[in-house]
Ligand binder design. Structure first.
Ligand SMILES: C[S@@+](CC[C@H](N)C(=O)[O-])C[C@H]1O[C@@H](n2cnc3c(N)ncnc32)[C@H](O)[C@@H]1O
Length: 214
């Protein structure tokens, strides 16, 4: 696996861990947008890849015209694919660095999928503690992480609780190493601050068909 474009090929295989994970992410994102009261729904996605999760969720959402979104992705080919997939929605796909808060606006739905398996434990903690500043009141965060040993997901879930979130779901599947966490902000959002660095993305692409990580 050479790059983050090829990494997405595993989504073509219906039995891959990535495809099975995607079904949970789409369902959780759809539930999250459905929870937002009438009016504009703001959505952001970090390290958004080709945007399959957001596109899949919005295709089943009656109020998709209310969704104003921003996806942030570094790889130009993935950005092009996401833009094509999401054309027709009020979603912009920004080619840029997802690690800085200045890339975003506070949102009702925040995706951090394929991020926590590719950054240090310390950066996961920092990102979770910064997330309330990227959330509007009652926002939902959908995130992923593998649970291979040493399994960090119990610690990540505790960090979400510390940061003022309640857990709405934690999806796993026997025989697969993915987890999809869904957390809702119950505390007050923190004030949005520009230019806060959340993480260094240190992961390398792998074959998602065999080892569904992150
Ligand atoms: C594991 S993939 C996840 C893609 C997508 N979120 C998904 O779950 O299908 C990680 C993505 O992060 C992108 N990426 C890596 N470093 C980044 C950065 N600093 N800013 C934005 N995107 C980045 C890669 O190009 C890749 O598409």
């Amino acid at each position: 696996m050479k790059n983050w474009v090829e990494w997405h090929i595993a989504y073509d295989d219906p039995e891959s861990g990535l495809t099975r994970r995607l079904a949970h992410v789409r369902r959780r994102v759809l539930e999250a947008v459905e929870r937002v009261p009438s009016g504009e729904i703001r959505l952001i996605s970090m390290c958004a890849g080709q945007g399959l999760d957001v596109a899949g969720a919005l295709s089943g959402f009656a109020r998709s015209a209310d969704v104003v979104g921003r996806l942030v992705e570094l790889d130009p080919a993935n950005v092009t694919a996401a833009r094509e997939r999401l054309s027709g929605y009020r979603i912009e796909v920004v080619e840029g660095d997802a690690s800085l808060t200045s890339a975003y606006f506070p949102a009702d739905v925040v995706l951090a999928c394929g991020v926590f398996g590719n950054v240090s434990d310390e950066d996961i903690h920092r990102t979770v503690s910064v997330l309330p500043s990227l959330c509007r009141e009652g926002a939902t965060v959908v995130w992923t992480r593998h649970h291979e040993p040493p399994d960090l997901t119990p610690t990540i879930r505790a960090w979400f609780a510390e940061a003022g979130f309640e857990e709405l779901g934690f999806d796993t599947e026997p025989g697969y190493s993915y987890s999809v966490g869904t957390h809702r902000l119950v505390g007050k959002p923190l004030p949005y601050r520009d230019d806060v660095k959340m993480f260094d993305f240190v992961g390398k692409p792998f074959d998602g068909r065999r080892t569904p990580r992150s």
